[in-house]
Design a protein around this ligand. Structure first.
Ligand code: COA
Length: 312
């Protein structure tokens, strides 16, 4: 018995939704379409139920914020963001985020189909049956490489500034985070980009975090709440913070692997900031809890009770 039921909505609604999606896809394929105007008009309709011009006359602030040219997004500030590529996808990222706040965005039927159309025009690649639930965030979107039958659940963060590859059948559960950039502990602007790869049918489950450059092999599973910061071999179950492989799924090995961290080297990384061309500085390492405590004490000025008294 399949886990998910087949559901349908009334025919007249389905046919209006399908026609809008066909039209949207056609407009996005047309290189002469002004994506900013398209998005501005769609958001005025979806969020406020009227034309952009009517909205602007009644509520100019609401109208102005529908137009992607009047907003800035976090990734636009990154030095690593390619302004030309970003300009192309920015209106669609703005549409994606705000569509999710509308009734259509909360509907599985319309919402998932709508995002599938957007993904075709935002991602570097997307395969068949991309199923994305609401409130998923991307950094730039154009560095997403997505295979067939990939599912991304609610409130997931896909930070693709350094590249994220999701192979066929990947599943990412609610509130998980997948990163592809990291900052030096010494200098925040010293950023390294590393592509993060999730192999065929790999699963990252609820509230887990996957750090930049991790390679999660085919059929591996990241347990709820785990923090992955490296390679996870095929069929492994990685648990805890930091994640350790403590079990393997009890199943026969695959005939071949698309991603196998025992074979595939992780992305070595690219420095994103020209001001920091050298290797990222190492951190002080100690395995001695007492040494760490001594270091902490040396760094912390002695305080007496008088330091906490209210100052007059
Ligand atoms: C990994 C997972 C499957 C383990 O579940 P389980 O097999 O029922 O595990 P158990 O409860 O029998 O626990 C076995 C051991 O693992 C530990 N453990 C279980 N889940 C853990 C987790 N998420 N993190 C750290 N340790 C965990 C338990 O403490 C226990 O340790 P012990 O042997 O030292 O006592 C589960 O934690 C998990 O992540 N489920 C994800 C659910 C999912 O698929 N969500 C996505 C749907 S969209």
């Amino acid at each position: 018995m399949p886990w998910l039921r087949a559901l349908s909505i009334p025919h007249h609604a389905q046919s209006e939704f399908s026609s809008l999606l066909r039209d949207l896809d056609a407009q996005l394929r047309d290189p002469t379409t002004d994506r900013n105007v398209l998005v501005r008009d769609l958001l005025a309709q979806f969020l406020y139920g009227r034309s952009y011009e009517a909205l602007h006359a009644d509520a100019p602030i609401a109208a102005l914020n529908c137009d992607p040219r009047n907003v800035t997004l976090e990734a636009e500030y990154y030095e690593a963001t390619d302004p030309e590529k970003f300009a192309r996808v920015k209106p669609l990222l703005w549409l994606w985020k705000n569509f999710d706040l509308s009734p259509g965005g909360q509907s599985a039927t319309f919402g998932i189909a709508f995002r599938e159309v957007l993904a075709r025009h935002v991602f570097r690649r997307v395969g068949r049956n991309f199923k994305c639930w609401q409130h998923v965030e991307f950094s730039v979107g154009y560095n997403m490489d997505v295979g067939d039958d990939v599912v991304v659940h609610r409130h997931v963060l896909l930070d693709d500034i350094g590249g994220i590859v999701l192979h066929d059948g990947v599943s990412i559960s609610d509130y998980a985070n997948v990163y592809s950039h990291s900052h030096s502990v010494l200098d925040m602007p010293d950023v390294t980009l590393r592509t993060t790869v999730l192999g065929r049918r790999a699963r990252v489950t609820y509230h887990a975090t996957v750090l930049a450059g991790s390679v999660i092999s085919d059929d591996a599973m990241v347990a709820t709440g785990a923090l992955v910061r490296g390679p996870i071999p095929p069929h492994a179950i990685a648990m805890g913070v930091p994640a350790r492989v403590s079990r393997f799924k009890d199943r026969a090995p695959f005939e071949g692997y698309q991603v196998d961290s025992r074979r595939d080297a992780p992305d070595e990384g690219r420095k994103a900031n020209l001001d920091f061309p050298g290797p990222t500085p190492a951190q002080t390492r100690t395995s001695e809890p007492q040494a760490a405590a001594d270091h902490q004490r040396d760094q912390t000025p002695e305080r007496g009770l008088e330091d906490y008294a209210p100052k007059s």
